[in-house]
Design a protein. Structure first.
Lengths: 557, 347
């Protein structure tokens, strides 16, 4: 009955962007049309069940553990006032700066047989090899622990926002209805924050499915290492893409779960009238115990490994630090910055187009593009490489025919390919943030601006962008840090002679030159800290819980 | 200025506005009144251009802005909307909010208009405050001023008083009417509160289930409702069952009285007629008595709920002067004083 204008410019732009971004994913799925029976028979007989069980165990283990760490942490920090809370509030974000594979290297150095921990045990108790049991860090549970220690901030940040946004009167009304404190958490707070917590866990699980560095280093067979192996070992690109398609189907389930949980609870904040709820002040030993409890994830996810890295880096500093190393830092930094800006602009554009066109088609297309996050970097990289090199050949054909000159590999052999692949892979991060930020802006604001004669673009510029500053900044930060840490796609797509910190770290650590790997690893971590501080500043300024009553309150309205 | 012809509107095949038609001339204040879900806000959104219509036409300034093919964009309609939640831009101060729609004006013009409007609504000096620093009543007036700033041809107000407390409402409704009249604005308001509708509007339309039942002034709605829903929705009152007897008289528990032929009822028809509280006069000398079931003290008057007798359990409402204070359970004399009979065929 209602007609839809297919030719509106927003729709066309969204479709064009999405076609470009989706092409590598489509390539992966279209691989299913070419069955590779002999390879699959071999895989089935040997390693396929390992891939499936290990990947699933890894993802669900990480999902559970990040909720166990992140959600209570967010609740404590949103809800209680205790010793050094203000410092701890941002300290707990630090593990975000730490890639899981770097955590894995340093803990391996610490905890394996020759490491200082077991060494100290042996000298103290005069044990020999085999005299004692020590948990093996290079195991599936070790990998779950490593990934969770760096991924819990996803849950923490989203859950903390959800908890802080709960209006005070909710708690007051619950009390007046005779609801106990525990019931308040289980019946009111948790259901309201559940979409945010699940969203954070879903993000962490996608990361876990896509992890390559950690599982490769620990020697665990998962889908990602399998894809790498099928590609380089068996030399079968199509079978590798088929494995990736299989992996993606798991993630589709995650996305469906996330979509429905979010749709169920589509709140527009009532804003303006409800005040944020007061934190409960803890005193004495309770205050200190709470502080220690909250600082534990940072100690294990950041402090200990960083101290280890610093120790190694000092030992190898003179050997490592030179002109080439500064170049490495600069390469990593600007690559990450360009990607973050591109991804956030795309995310803003998509989120706004979705808001303008309530058509299901746009929502579907955009969600499909968000799947890139779940795909292992390797596969997007190969998909993109195939398409871009084909395009390069065509372009060179044309220029040679017309100008008798070839332009070289302008798409597949340059940073363009890397930025494109990063954008595909990390767009979902930016979109999650921008989408939830834009959902908080009441639709009546758009209507009001429209009735005051402003065009769609002007509304985006004058209303949405200013109100989305904090969402945009956190998106920028998350994408930036992710690109800094990204490994497999960079390994494949980096232009000739172009190295990043992550690639260098991986190469050195794989050669068991852990000490030399420490300096570039530490650099990744340090660069990663800068945006963490920046993010803290931003949330500090915008937090609705500031003591001055009015400042920044408007963000929630 | 504004004319709707047979306008229908649907969300996912569910018709929410059905054949709506009315007209507003320049400077007139209209109101769509109805319970929630009656389609009044949807109609308002269609006029603003936020929702396309599936049938009929919306005319603004002698030009079709919506029909089943065209839907002129909101930006081009020169209509302004005051939203239920005010929709003030939280990151802009009062001045920036008000001038948000004045993109083509220069700085002096903007300043002059802001000063003029803020003075009109009695809010001078708050230009630099942010929406969250204003009270509900102030926010409402800023939202109104923002809508009026560019002198739109039509002002649409969606439940403009719903988020204010009741004491504020009546005063603001009068102020608002005065402001709109001062600016000679054409306005259409949507509300579920008849008091607001009556104190604001020149002409009121009652909506129910997507249909406009009656479009007329407040007096006519109260005294000459065209429909049983309108009769019961507007004001208090009870329906009394009756029969038309062979002399074409009404025969009811309140007695017999003649009706003229213009009503068009036949002998033996079952009918019901509306009795408003002010149609029942308390009279100690009357032979008709009724028992007080409950009472509601209203200051100058008391609203009594009465029951005629045990055989006939029909209830009546009676508005008596407040010095006629009777206890619950007491029998009091009443007299029917109907000037105009509102009568419908019984269902």
């Amino acid at each position: 009955m209602r007609h839809y204008n297919w030719l509106n410019p927003w729709f066309i732009c969204v479709v064009i962007c999405c076609v470009i971004l989706a092409s590598p994913i489509v390539l992966v799925f279209s691989s299913l049309a070419f069955p590779q029976l002999d390879v699959w028979q071999h895989l089935y007989q040997t390693v396929l069940s390992d891939y499936v069980t290990n990947s699933l165990l890894l993802a669900f283990g990480v999902g559970a553990l990040v909720i166990l760490i992140g959600a209570p942490l967010a609740w404590f920090i949103a809800r209680y006032d205790f010793y050094a809370r203000r410092q701890i509030k941002w300290l707990v974000l630090l593990p975000m700066a730490m890639p899981a594979y770097i955590l894995a290297y340093s803990y391996t150095g610490l905890l394996d047989f020759a490491g200082p921990v077991q060494g100290a045990l042996r000298t103290t108790f005069d044990w020999q090899y085999g005299d004692y049991y020590f948990p093996e860090i290079r195991s599936l549970s070790g990998a779950i622990l490593m990934l969770s220690l760096v991924l819990y901030p996803y849950v923490y940040m989203l859950a903390k926002t959800a908890f802080s946004d709960l209006p005070a009167n909710l708690e007051e009304v619950s009390k007046s209805l005779g609801v106990t404190a525990n019931q308040f958490i289980t019946k009111v707070v948790f259901p309201l924050a559940r979409p945010a917590i699940l969203m954070g866990a879903a993000l962490a699980m996608m990361e876990a499915f896509a992890d390559y560095g950690t599982v490769q280093y620990f020697g665990i067979s998962t889908f990602t290492t399998g894809i790498f192996r099928t590609w380089f070992g068996l030399g079968n690109g199509i079978a590798a893409a088929q494995l990736a398609a299989m992996l993606t189907s798991f993630v589709v389930l995650l996305l469906v779960l996330e979509y429905f949980s979010r749709r169920k609870v589509k709140y527009y904040l009532q804003g303006q009238k409800s005040k944020a709820f007061n934190r409960q002040v803890l005193h004495g030993y309770k205050s200190v115990v709470m502080a220690i409890l909250c600082v534990l994830p940072v100690i294990f996810g950041f402090l200990i490994p960083v101290l280890q890295l610093v120790g190694w880096a000092i030992d190898s500093f003179t050997k490592q630090f030179d002109q080439a190393f500064i170049q490495l830092i600069w390469n990593s930094f600007y690559l990450a910055a360009i990607t973050a800006i591109c991804a956030v602009i795309l995310a803003l554009f998509f989120a706004y187009a979705k808001r303008l066109n309530r058509s299901k088609v746009i929502h579907l297309i955009v969600s499909f593009v968000g799947l890139g996050y779940a795909l292992p970097g390797t596969v997007i990289a190969i998909g993109a490489l195939v398409i871009l090199s084909w395009l390069d050949i065509q372009i060179n054909g044309i220029t040679e025919a017309w100008f008798e000159q070839s332009v070289g590999l302008i798409l597949s052999g340059t940073l363009f390919a890397l930025v494109l692949v990063y954008c595909i892979r990390f767009l979902a991060v930016a979109m999650h943030n921008v989408d939830s930020g834009i959902a908080r802006i009441k639709p009546s604001l758009d209507d009001a601006a429209k009735s005051l004669g402003h065009s769609s673009f002007s509304i985006l510029k004058n209303i949405h962008v200013p109100l989305l500053t904090s969402s945009v900044c956190s998106s920028l930060l998350l994408v930036f840090v992710d690109v800094m840490k990204e490994l497999p796609a960079t390994l494949i797509l980096r232009p000739f002679n172009f190295n990043t910190l992550a690639v260098k770290t991986f190469e050195l650590a794989s050669d068991e030159r852990l000490m030399e790997a420490a300096l570039p690893a530490l650099a990744i971590v340090i660069v990663g800290i800068i945006p963490v501080i920046f993010l803290t500043r931003m949330t500090e300024q915008r937090s609705p819980q500031r003591t001055s009553k009015n400042k920044g309150k408007y963000v929630t309205s | 200025m504004l004319r709707l012809n047979n306008v229908s509107l649907a969300y996912q095949d569910k018709i929410v506005v059905n054949n709506l038609g009315f007209e507003l001339s320049v400077g007139q204040i209209g109101c769509l009144l109805g319970p929630s879900g009656s389609g009044k806000t949807s109609a308002l959104r269609a006029i603003a251009g936020f929702e396309p219509i599936i049938n009929g036409e919306i005319w603004l300034r002698e030009q079709i802005v919506s029909d089943n093919k065209t839907n002129l964009s909101t930006q081009k309609r020169r209509v302004a909307v005051v939203f239920q939640d005010y929709a003030l831009f939280p990151h802009l101060n009062v001045q920036q909010n008000i001038t948000f729609g004045l993109t083509s004006w220069n700085k002096q013009q903007k300043q002059a208009r802001v000063d003029e409007l803020l003075q009109l609504v009695g809010l001078t000096g708050i230009e630099l405050r942010f929406p969250h620093e204003l009270s509900g009543g102030q926010q409402q007036r800023v939202a109104l001023v923002r809508a009026m700033a560019a002198k739109p041809d039509l002002l649409l107000l969606d439940e403009p008083f719903s988020s204010l407390d009741s004491e504020l409402r009546e005063g603001l409704a009068k102020d608002l009417r005065a402001i709109l009249k001062h600016e000679n604005a054409t306005a259409l308001m949507v509300t579920h509160d008849q008091k607001e509708a009556f104190s604001m509007a020149d002409v009121v339309g009652v909506m129910h289930d997507g249909r406009l039942l009656q479009w007329s002034n407040a007096y006519a709605l109260y005294h000459r409702p065209v429909d049983k829903f309108v009769a019961s929705f507007i004001g208090d009152g009870v329906f009394i069952q009756a029969e038309i007897d062979k002399d074409l008289q009404i025969n009811s528990s309140l007695g017999q009285f003649p009706i003229d032929a213009s009503y068009g009822f036949n002998i033996d028809d079952k009918v019901e007629f509306l009795v408003r509280p002010d149609d029942i006069v308390h009279d100690d000398n009357s032979r008709t008595v009724a028992k007080v079931i409950s009472k509601d003290f209203k200051g100058s008057h008391i609203l009594y709920e009465l029951q005629l007798n045990r055989i006939n359990p029909e209830k009546l409402l009676c508005l008596a002067l407040s010095h006629h204070d009777h206890k619950i359970g007491e029998n009091i004399g009443i007299r029917l004083d109907l000037e105009h009979l509102i009568i419908f065929k019984a269902e």
